[in-house]
Design a binder for this molecule. Sequence first.
Ligand SMILES: [Zn+2]
Length: 331
Amino acid sequence: MPRGTIHRGTIGVDLGGTNLKLALLDGDNQIVERAIVPTQGAEGHDAVLARITDGIGRLRSAAPSLDVAGIGVGVPGEVDMARGVTIELPNLPGRWVDVAVAQPISLVCGLPVGVINDAKAFALAELRIGAASGAGTALLVTVGTGVGGAVIAHGQIVYGVGSAAGEIGHLILLPGGHRCTCGNLGCLETLASGPAIAGEAMRMIVQGFSTSLTDLSAGDLNAITPELVARAADEGDAVAIDIVDRAGNWLGIALAGAIALLAPEVVVIGGGVAPAGSRYVHAAVASAKSHTGILDVNRVDFRDARLGYDAGVIGAALWGRDYAMEHGAQV
Ligand SMILES: [Zn+2]
């Protein structure tokens, strides 16, 4: 993007299983207003869509002088981007099969609305203004409740059928392993996600392994989180170190497979379970390097995601502006 390019404002919505995050970006892609409200997905998609339009209305009234071009909505699952319809969101109650998202929001708000997979939104933000900026070929992965991913080729995000390209979390690494939300057994997501780490810690506590996690959680298994396991590992607990290192190793094996397919210049790792400098990320990068044999892995640049918690909502907003520029006249 040439310097001095003047953009219009745009609104991003990140639809998560727990929270709805909304942000209003100005023409320089800075967040000028933001909101976060519980998704309360159990009330059904109509109620969630109403909460989204309410939130958008509040953002716009908080900055009435900002000219807004469009709205982008990031959703956790498959999406028909041309129609703005979800195909399936497996982590939300009711699974949102074939739910029109763009049209009802557009009708209420009077703006073009684009819908994008949430991992692609993360990638779009990191590509435009974050860690993958300038990369021609890149692989991005975000680790949280799930393991999302995206592929950049020729400087563009590859969307593919159902916008599902780059779903590294569903590479089957352990046939016959744990059941995944996608229906298969032994996907990366069952081995390296936040719930995989917490679940393994719970199992090892129940089976009687000696670990400081028993005290750190005050004996309450529900208090075990991936953050708590990471803390115990950093404090030297051998069981926690083993859990974090094994999860990171699995991620690295998947990354090595993807590296063999794509030969990316850049690999970006982010998400709440994979913070910059963490033991988990170190384990994943070491594993990816040791499992890459077909090319010189020293030519692959491993980078930490740069936009953190806001990447998803920023990427959704960027998609909203792109969509408005392409389709605005039709709305
Ligand atoms: Zn899966």
